[in-house]
Design a protein around this ligand. Structure first.
Ligand code: DP6
Length: 328
């Protein structure tokens, strides 16, 4: 017997960052975070549970993946199989939709789409909140991709997995956009998983990071409630910079920046000085994301084209939460 689930999930960019786990096994974070779901980058995943399969299979963009990658998928699917009390193996096919040359495929959309597809294939009917606790155990940032717009990942209590989940904050349908400046789309040298662990263990700034992220989150939620774009942008930029400063304090120091990242940040500052509100944030890689008003996006793109190539500049509007694609 076969049963199928198909799901689309968009990626999200954190405006208040998650950088560190208090429980590595369960992916429980040190602080709550908040993100914006993006329309331009998403993953479509199909899961077929098939009694005739002897082991799980995993295809990414039509290429069969090796044992290491498949093992990760198996462990993730086991969370659902254990709950449903089944052992049926699965064939997983994932397709990343990212604009050409962007190379910004993310684990956030990947595990969120996989969670949605597996939920459907198994017929568990988990609600979105519970599903986000499953997505979290594939990759922390995937917790937030379950919903669209502005999304909080509430850190939860102690070691209670069910309390650490996504909460939709606002649909962000008030002139919000993001422009990604793709500086370098190669694979990152240090995974966020390893980078955050090293930061917790060695950066003397880490406890201040957690404190400041917590108060930034409170202020940001107020700004979102009041549709106050300037405050939202200022907190976004400041929070991202503080995360990177905390990493620089690690031993050995961690930096994901490249010369073109700095060039992009400076360019955004210049654009801001012309009176267009726009603010940068960066993650565990050299690419720069510009939070802006959707109505300013065209103008910002034009100005960025003075220093970057067309294919390096990817505008995005606000994305929706996970969506089931018709399954048989
Ligand atoms: C800098 O979610 O990729 O993008 O939970 O270990 O899979 P794991 O890490 P991941 O880390 C994301 C870190 C970040 C900030 C953020 O998205 O909040």
């Amino acid at each position: 017997m076969k049963s199928t689930g198909r799901c689309r999930a968009h990626t999200n960019i954190a405006l208040i960052k998650y950088w560190g786990k208090r429980n590595e096994e369960l992916f429980l974070p040190m602080n709550s975070s908040l993100s914006l779901t993006l329309d331009a980058f998403y993953t479509d995943t199909e899961v077929v549970l098939d009694d005739d399969l002897d082991s799980d299979e995993f295809y990414l963009d039509n290429t069969k993946q090796g044992d290491k990658e498949t093992q990760k998928i198996t462990e993730f699917l086991n969370l659902f199989r254990n709950l449903a009390n089944i052992e049926t193996k699965a064939c997983v096919k994932s397709y990343n939709h990212v604009p050409t040359a962007a190379g910004l495929a993310s684990s956030a959309s990947a595990f969120s789409a996989l969670a949605g597809a597996m939920n459907q294939a198994v017929g568990l009917n988990l609600d979105l909140k519970t599903l986000s606790t499953f997505a979290r155990q594939g990759s922390g940032s995937a917790t937030r991709s379950v919903y669209g717009g502005f999304v909080e990942w509430s850190m939860g209590e102690d070691d209670k997995s069910s309390t650490s989940h996504a909460v939709p904050v606002d649909d962000a349908k008030w002139d919000i956009g993001m422009v990604v400046i793709a500086v370098n789309t190669g694979r990152k040298k240090l995974s966020s998983r390893v980078g955050m662990k090293q930061t917790i263990e060695t950066s003397p700034f880490y406890s201040s990071w957690v404190e400041t992220a917590t108060s930034d989150l409170t202020k940001m939620k107020e700004a979102i409630k009041g549709h106050d774009f300037i405050t939202l942008g200022e907190i976004t930029e400041s929070n991202g910079m503080k995360m990177h400063a905390t990493m620089l304090g690690a031993f050995p120091p961690i930096s994901y920046w490249e010369p073109d990242s700095v060039k992009a940040i400076q360019k955004v500052k210049e654009i801001r000085e012309t009176g267009i509100p726009c603010y940068v944030t960066m993650d565990a890689g050299p690419n720069v994301k510009v939070l802006c008003q959707q109505s300013d996006m065209k103008k910002i793109e034009e100005l960025l084209l003075e220093d970057f190539n067309r294919e390096q500049i990817i505008p995005s509007t606000v994305g929706e939460g996970i969506k089931l694609l018709n399954a048989s």
